[in-house]
Write a protein that binds this ligand. Sequence first.
Ligand SMILES: [Zn+2]
Length: 258
Amino acid sequence: MSQILGGAPLPGPDATSNIDTPEVVVAIGAHPDDIEFHCGATLARWAMAGSVIHLVVCTDGSKGTWDAAADTGEVAQLRRSEAADAASALGVTGEVMLLGATDGELGLATSSSQELHDGLVGIIRRLQPDVVIGHDPWRRYRLHPDHRAAGWLAVDACVAARDPHFLADRGRAHRPSWLLLFEADEPDHVEHAPPGAMEVKVAALLAHRSQWRSTMFIDDNDDGTQRDAFINGVHQAAEAVGAASTSGPGESFKRLAL
Ligand SMILES: [Zn+2]
């Protein structure tokens, strides 16, 4: 299996595919690049069809480097500008919100967790998405604490946003139709990733230049071989999803109705 899937379970032959193209989408990732990795082709396809896509990145990405001498403030600044470049590559016409929690500390029990949750409820109520996309917090044996924490934030904020008695001071209740969870423990849904959408996904991923070495395994002195291997891996991951689900190349999710 491709390293891009990271050992994630594949959807079975009974997986559903392609919900109706949403008008408004809010995608919530832990770090800059998580959204592009896990649902970049889906968002690209929807953006081409006219969906308004909003991106929420929970942390500042400040620890996303293998260079122990790096200034984490500078890393965060770089990642902020890369996130903007990736969003425009994806065709995002909505907002790109970087919530700025410290990378690696999203799940720690601090007062900021409550602020992030309540803020996310306000974002969902204000933007009124048909679809919310985020990390699956139930994914077993996942090591990165920020991915678990971002998953819980997305799930809990959706539940609070739809009920008028939750956080009544954060705007009028809004119920999205679907919550799609990526890196899912039990994926049961596929969104198709046609070639044009895959090209956009690759371009958006490569916009995260600071992650080439640590996440995409492309060295600074690469002659193009490692870059090609990474791009092939992205395509192979989409094909593996399609082969397992008989849906054609795509991105897999756990689909929950809200
Ligand atoms: Zn991440």
